[in-house]
Design a binder for this molecule. Structure first.
Ligand SMILES: [Zn+2]
Length: 88
């Protein structure tokens, strides 16, 4: 079974769609059960989208630092994001 720390290592590959099928499935199964990791992936995906949108120009170090802070904060606070509410 995939653990949270394992997921954190491969999260960016998951978002980029670069994981092997089996590993991709393991991540999805973990996300179904783990709210913390759903929040983590959600934030990471939002950051990745921001970076992709930004990548037409040069990467903005200040922006990247802010994103890092946001992700770290989200990880620390758990699931405070109202867009990530659970149906339960
Ligand atoms: Zn987890």
């Amino acid at each position: 079974m995939l653990m949270c720390k394992d997921l954190a290592v491969i999260a960016s590959d998951y978002i980029d769609g670069e994981l092997p099928v089996l590993e991709n499935m393991s991540v999805k199964m973990h996300l179904m059960m783990c709210k913390d990791c759903r929040t983590f992936i959600g934030n990471l995906r939002a950051s990745t989208d921001m970076l992709n949108a930004h990548s037409s120009g040069q990467a903005d170090e200040e922006l990247i630092r802010k994103i890092d802070e946001r992700v770290a904060l989200a990880l620390k606070e758990g699931s405070q994001d109202p867009t990530n509410q659970d149906p339960d």
